[in-house]
Design a protein around this ligand. Structure first.
Ligand SMILES: *Cc1c(COP(=O)(O)O)cnc(C)c1O
Length: 417
């Protein structure tokens, strides 16, 4: 039996919209703390811990903590031809839809979608290099955020890492030696230095320099830029997009497989793509781990939508590219129109562990003082707004804000007083 006061207190919080069992929990906690009045605050805190939309005013386009690329996933409660061939009426493959379109986009024979790029790398290694050697340059034994360390992933996959060259210099001859010395060499792998740069006395082998060694070349390009020419952008590639490897050109230069993320520069949902030679992709798809790493219908549907947007060259339908392509003139005009704070020029960044030295000219509003906590609080009328503070000034970068959220941003800044 719960004391009636718990129940009454929980009921008095019904307007928070939280289900009764959760309100009972917060009511109990408040009573146990000897502070009935804290129940509403506790309920609010509980609601803030639920997954919910936020406004990203940080200027970090692929903000890992805010879900990297924003992308709509529509989910009707209907059946779909996920693994059903509407032509033959027989069992089909869940990789036949988005996979086929993505292959077409990057000029690959075949492609499959898995849960993320870490899964893509793991699957490639497990399927193609089990208990065999994989040669990687010592300059590319990277750690991506969130504990993805190439040497550890290799170990887990069952492949054996063969380190080649030195931290700053690796040549084709180093790979040739690895081929000569290791009879069981299964692959050579090139891993994009997504989140760091080695400068100074350096030498590296491009994908074209790894071709012809007698083993397949796998390139983990990470970020998922499809094509360096960015044909989906009306004005071509933006000035800040320099030296970023793209799936199409990496395959053209001789890679047998590429792996990349769905939610970095590709601008889609969390996913990973393996694209390239059909026999190698089939070997990955047929490996028992593929079953454990396969995405659900919602993600595959979203990846299909994304691929169709790319084919239509409609960057405005891909939120990441819509944000990336905004002009500073446009952003300044929006900042003026907010009618709050000072209009300032800012520097946005790609984020997501990509292009560590790149800044994207941007604009927004600035307010003296540190107001990030108040903006983050959100309320019934507006979502939490995530801003940053620099030298005692709160900055809201509009490049990463959906124009539809501008009124919320204006209201929130006005409310700061
Ligand atoms: C980001 C990245 C990964 C990991 O991708 P996730 O989709 O986050 O798993 C792997 N390799 C490279 C080179 C990357 O940049």
């Amino acid at each position: 039996m719960r004391p009636p006061s718990v129940d009454a207190l929980a009921r008095s919080l019904a307007d928070t919209g939280l289900p009764h069992p959760l309100l009972v929990d917060v009511a109990r906690e408040a009573i146990a703390a000897g502070d009935h009045d804290s129940a509403r605050e506790r309920a609010d805190a509980l609601r803030r811990r639920l997954l919910q939309p936020v406004v990203n005013a940080t200027g970090v386009l692929l903000h890992t903590n805010l879900g990297r690329a924003p992308f709509a996933i529509s989910n009707d409660a209907t059946y779909a031809n996920l693994e059903f061939d509407l032509e033959t009426g027989r069992r089909g493959s869940r990789q036949a839809h988005a996979g086929r379109l993505l292959a077409r986009l990057c000029g690959a024979e075949k492609a499959i979608v898995v849960n993320n790029c870490a899964a893509a790398v793991l699957l490639v290694l497990a399927a193609l290099a089990d208990r065999r050697g994989v040669a990687v340059s010592r300059s590319e034994l990277v750690e991506i955020g969130g504990g993805f360390r190439v040497p550890e992933v290799m170990e887990r996959s069952g492949a054996r890492l063969i380190e080649v060259g030195t931290t700053n210099r690796t040549r084709r001859s180093d790979f040739e030696q690895a081929v000569d010395r290791h009879e069981d060499l299964a692959l050579v792998m090139k891993i994009h230095q997504s989140n760091y740069k080695i400068v100074g006395f350096t030498e590296a082998v491009g994908v074209d320099g790894l071709v012809g060694l007698g083993v397949p070349v796998v390139a983990d390009i990470g970020s998922g830029l499809l094509d360096v020419a960015c044909p989906w952008l009306p004005d071509g590639p933006p000035a800040w997009l320099v030296d970023e490897p793209a799936a199409k050109q990496t395959l053209e230069s001789g890679a047998d497989l590429v792996t990349f993320s769905g939610d970095k520069l590709l601008g889609g949902p969390q996913a990973g793509v393996i694209a390239g030679r059909a026999d190698l992709v089939d070997a990955c798809a047929g490996h028992p781990l593929a079953r454990a790493l396969r995405p659900g219908g919602m993600i595959l549907r979203a990846m299909q939508e994304l691929a169709l947007h790319y084919m239509r060259r409609d960057h405005t339908a891909i939120p990441f590219w819509a944000m990336a392509a905004r002009t500073t003139t446009e952003l300044r005009a929006r900042a003026e129109a907010l009618g709050v704070g000072r209009v300032v020029d800012l520097a946005a960044v790609p984020g997501g562990g990509t292009m560590p030295t790149v800044e994207i000219p941007s604009a927004g509003v600035a307010v003296d003082g540190d107001h990030v906590a108040a903006l983050r609080a959100g309320n019934a009328d507006r979502p939490p707004i995530i801003a940053r503070v620099r030298e005692g000034v709160t900055e809201l970068d509009l490049r990463t804000v959906d124009p539809a959220d501008d009124p919320s941003v204006a209201a929130a800044v006005r409310a700061l007083g």
